[in-house]
Design a protein around this ligand. Structure first.
Ligand SMILES: [Zn+2]
Length: 65
């Protein structure tokens, strides 16, 4: 069973190993994301989304109909 993860090249969409720094197909550097960066970005996105949703709920409750 092959559990090795692949990362798609942004330029040619070919699948590269996660550990590779360059695309084996076109040679472009892969946009490798460290798990920490990814999770922190995701957390920031979730926080922004929650803020926006909360703001919308407040406005819906606050604004007269
Ligand atoms: Zn490529």
């Amino acid at each position: 069973m092959n559990t090795e993860k692949t990362v798609p090249c942004l330029y040619c969409q070919s699948k590269n190993k996660v550990n590779d720094k360059q695309c084996y197909h076109c040679g472009m550097p892969l946009a490798l994301k460290h798990p920490e960066n990814k999770s922190s970005r995701l957390r920031f996105f979730v926080q922004a989304f929650v803020l926006i949703a909360f703001f919308c709920l407040v406005m819906v409750a606050y604004l007269p109909r």
